[in-house]
Structures are given as structure tokens and as C-alpha cells.
Design a protein around this ligand. Structure first.
Ligand SMILES: Cc1cc2nc3c(=O)[nH]c(=O)nc-3n(C[C@H](O)[C@H](O)[C@H](O)COP(=O)(O)O)c2cc1C
Ligand code: SF4
Length: 463
């Protein structure tokens, strides 16, 4: 058994093990309640969370609004219901325990969903973990409701900016700082333009930097929660009881996907143990504009191939762009290089005869069926993000001023589908780079699926 020092948040001592929040509806009230009941921090996702009718039946999100703005309002209304429902479930499983809610700062209506949920869920939510963006107002919102905040950052620099600009005025409500490894964690990743996605930096040095910065700000007693690539704690002994790291906890995102309580489909659970090293792709297809890590299945392969069927074009002929391609119903002329014209002809001959412009001065080639799906998904947009490169939706101004980007996809549609027993091949399956370890870890031999309690016990042993 490892010696795990409890962490202190406010006056409460907790097991230093966090369940990573997973949207949509992948970490929920049931998983969070079960995790919290073990003494750690369970986290339900507040991103388009499931809600139920009076008889307890799941209500799928539905939209009658004619405009994106109207549907966005309906999404917010349903998301608040969902977050409240999951908070209630978590607290009904585990009374007097610590429960966190997770939101993505760049999700549509994030601040209002958070405020309304915290207002109505008094006493049910103890903390909020929040990443995917720079959540400056997270601290003030949480402080208003006496709730602790847990920013998710991927570098010391990001935390320092958040602190200087916003958090220093709310220091007593800072629960912990979650450091998420931007190269290997599941879900969205916080890689900055200064970091090479192909060269992973040693987390130890990045964590020491973060701790030094936190100490200099008077935050030496605030824990750091290490997320991304954490499987067994025996591999992280060097981070325990180490003054360079300070008080520390660990967050597990991928590993809790495979528990009895986990709501994902049996098919998805089965796939997890079949995955091999290298099956996860760190990619840039997300409509948020962030990097993200997911299984390289049909869904990602399709996007990858679409991006490969891409060439640069000009509206008027210029040197190097002298060959003509006909575009759209009016057969407008676009100019491409001679070399690219040959590629285009081959794609068209293969059935990829629909040409779609991207915001980067390029065109991609798709089949009629796929082009129709892209178009329909853009038409159906309900503004689930603050700004979306796929549909060009912007919460502030309806449109972000750019043309919709066909190289991306509707994340709301696909995550709703996979979370509710949809295809695991044709939907986005977020996973950390370590997911292949399910297939190698003897704990999961012979199809064994642990309960959350069994998983937490195993982690506590160091395995
Ligand atoms: C399926 C899946 C969905 C996720 N969704 C979210 C999310 O909605 N919000 C979030 O902050 N992190 C999300 N994450 C990240 C986890 O909370 C966690 O920080 C990360 O998975 C840790 O790295 P690991 O995958 O190596 O365990 C997700 C991860 C996975 C695997
Ligand atoms: S198109 Fe973009 S903003 Fe609209 S629902 Fe889909 S992912 Fe969300």
C-alpha cells in the first residue's frame, strides 16, 4: 500500500484522488457519487449533462428554436437542468462528501450555466474544475456561491496569468490547481503555440516550475492535481512527499472509463481493452480550436483524410495558380496550381466531387453524402460553444466572421451520440494516450470490470 498523504481543501481532508470530469454525460452523478464515496473527489460533467422527466426517464436534448440563438437558449436551459440532476444524483449516493462539477470555459453559455446551477444546487456542489480556455471569471463566480474553484492549466505561465489577472482576489476559494499534461491527457489539451505537439516535455520540470510560482504567490499549501497519463501511482512515487512538488493529488480521466458505474456502452468498454499503443491521435480537428486526444477510429480517419484532400486556391489567376477548377452551383472559376489540379481530378474521379472552401484559402473535396451531412450539421447548430470554427457560431455576435470550416465537426452531435450508445467507430472517442494500458494491465484480465470502489482501492495500492 502506498502512503498517500491526504490533501486539505479549506478545512476538509480528502483522499488525493480525483475523477476527471468527462463530457458529454461520461462522468455523471453516478460515477462522481461513487468516487466521492471512496473519500476522493468525484466529478460530474456539467457540459450538456443528462436530465430526466418526472418518471426518471432520460430526456434527450431537443430544440424547437428556428434560429441558432433560440436553440442556444434552449441548450442552456436544458444544461442547467442536467447539471442539477447530476449534482442531486451524486449527493444522493454519497452524503457529506466532496463533489466537483466540471465545465469547459469555452462551452456555450458556460458562465450562466455555472451561475444558475450553483445558485440552485446550494450545498450539493463543493468545487468546480474548469479548463479549455482562460477561465478568468471562474474564481469570482465560485466565490459568490462559497464554492471552491479548480482551474485546469497546462503550464505555470497560464496559471500565473490567471492569478495576476483574476484569481489573486479570491485566494481563499482556490481549491487546487489541476496540471493537465497537454501531450497525453484525454479530451481537449492545452498545448500552446510555443510547444511542439510531437515533443512531450517532462512533466516533472513543468510541475516544479508551477510549484515554485505558486509558492512565490503564497500558495504553498494549495495542492497541485496531476492529470494526464496517470495510471498506477507506483510510477509517480517521486512526486509523493517531495518538497519540490508540494501537496499533491492525482486525477484519472481515462482509467475510470472502465468501471461498472461508468455509463458508456458495453461496446465502448470492450473496445478500451482492445486498443493498442499509438491508437490515440493528438489532433487539431476540434471545433474549439484546441488540440484534443482521441482514438484514431473511422471518425478521426475521415477527418484526417478530408484534410488531406485539400489544396490552396486563388480567386484570380496569379503566378503558380493558373489552372482552373469549377466551384459551386454556378461553376465559378477558382485557380489552383497545375500539380494540385491533377490531384483534384483524381479525387473527383473517385467520387469526391463536392468542393468546400475553408477559412484558410484552401478547398477540400468530399462526396455528395458527406458534404450534405456537413451542411446539415452546420444548419442544426445550437451554439454549444462560445465560438465554433465548424459552424462559425459565436455567442457574442452570432457569427465569428469567418467562413465555416469543413475540416472540423459538430462536437455536440458526436459526443451526444457516443455517450448514448451511438457508434464507437463513427463518433469522437476521446481517450488519453495511455488507454492501451487497459489491454496490458492484469487487473482487467478475463474481462474484469471493477466497481469504482475496487478501482480506487487498486490505485491506493499503487497499481
Ligand atoms: C472521454 C473523455 C472525456 C473528457 N472530457 C472532459 C471534459 O469534458 N472536461 C474536462 O475538463 N476534461 C475532460 N477530459 C479530461 C479528463 O478530465 C482528465 O483530465 C484527463 O483524461 C486526464 O488524463 P488521462 O486521460 O491520461 O487520465 C476528458 C477525458 C476523456 C478520456
Ligand atoms: S456546430 Fe459547433 S457550436 Fe454548433 S452545436 Fe455543433 S459544435 Fe456546437
Amino acid at each position: 500500500m502506498l502512503k498517500l498523504e491526504p490533501i486539505k481543501i479549506g478545512k476538509i481532508e480528502l483522499l488525493p484522488l480525483f475523477e476527471g470530469g468527462k463530457g458529454i454525460a461520461v462522468s455523471n452523478g453516478v460515477t462522481a457519487g461513487a468516487w466521492s464515496a471512496c473519500g476522493g473527489v468525484g466529478t460530474f460533467s456539467g457540459a450538456s449533462a443528462d436530465y430526466y422527466d418526472e418518471d426518471g426517464n432520460l430526456v434527450r436534448y431537443h430544440y424547437s428554436g428556428k434560429t441558432r440563438r433560440e436553440r442556444h437558449a434552449q441548450l442552456i436551459e436544458q444544461s442547467i437542468k442536467g447539471a442539477l440532476a447530476q449534482a442531486r444524483i451524486a449527493k444522493s449516493i454519497a452524503k457529506n462528501v466532496w463533489v466537483n462539477m466540471n465545465v469547459l470555459w469555452e462551452m456555450g453559455g458556460c458562465q450562466i450555466i455555472l451561475e444558475k446551477t450553483l445558485e440552485r444546487a446550494k450545498g450539493m456542489i463543493n468545487g468546480v474544475t474548469c479548463g479549455a480556455g482562460m477561465p478568468y471569471n471562474l474564481a469570482s463566480i465560485c466565490a459568490k456561491f462559497d464554492v471552491f474553484y479548480f482551474p485546469i492549466v497546462s503550464s505555470m505561465r497560464a496559471f500565473n496569468v490567471l492569478w495576476q489577472r483574476a484569481y489573486k482576489n479570491y485566494s481563499q476559494w482556490l481549491g487546487a490547481v489541476v496540471y493537465e499534461d497537454p501531450w497525453i491527457a484525454g479530451g481537449h489539451n492545452g498545448l500552446s503555440s510555443e510547444e511542439d505537439p510531437k515533443i512531450r516535455q517532462d512533466p516533472y520540470h513543468r510541475l516544479v516550475k508551477l510549484r515554485k510560482c505558486m509558492n512565490s504567490l503564497g500558495l504553498s499549501s494549495v495542492p497541485i492535481v496531476i492529470a494526464g497519463g496517470v495510471w498506477c501511482l507506483n510510477e509517480w512515487k517521486n512526486y509523493l512527499d517531495n518538497p519540490e512538488i508540494g501537496p499533491v493529488a492525482f486525477q484519472f480521466g481515462t482509467r475510470p472509463l472502465l468501471t461498472k458505474e461508468s455509463p458508456i456502452s458495453d461496446e465502448w468498454k470492450k473496445r478500451l481493452v482492445e486498443l493498442k499503443e499509438g491508437d490515440v491521435l493528438l489532433n487539431q480537428f476540434s471545433p474549439t480550436g484546441f488540440y484534443s486526444s482521441g482514438v484514431y477510429n473511422n471518425f478521426l480517419r475521415k477527418l484526417d483524410n478530408r484534410s488531406k484532400r485539400q489544396i490552396a486556391y486563388k480567386d484570380v489567376s496569379e503566378s503558380g495558380f493558373e489552372s482552373i477548377i469549377h466551384f459551386g452551383p454556378r461553376n465559378r472559376e477558382l485557380f489552383v496550381s497545375k500539380e494540385d489540379e491533377l490531384k483534384a481530378q483524381a479525387w473527383i474521379a473517385d467520387g469526391y466531387d463536392q468542393i468546400i472552401k475553408t477559412p484558410d484559402g484552401t478547398i477540400v473535396f468530399e462526396t455528395k453524402d458527406e458534404a450534405a451531412i456537413i451542411h446539415q450539421d452546420q444548419v442544426n447548430c445550437m451554439g454549444c460553444l462560445s465560438s465554433c470554427r465548424f459552424s462559425n457560431w459565436s455567442q457574442e455576435a452570432e457569427s465569428n466572421g469567418s467562413i465555416p470550416d469543413p475540416r472540423s465537426f459538430c462536437i455536440q452531435k458526436t459526443l451526444q451520440d457516443i455517450a448514448h450508445a451511438g457508434s464507437i467507430d463513427d463518433n469522437l472517442m476521446f481517450a488519453g494516450a495511455n488507454v492501451f494500458r487497459f489491454g496490458q494491465d492484469p487487473f482487467y484480465a478475463n474481462g474484469f470490470i471493477p466497481t469504482v470502489q475496487e478501482l480506487v482501492d487498486r490505485i491506493k495500492q499503487g497499481d
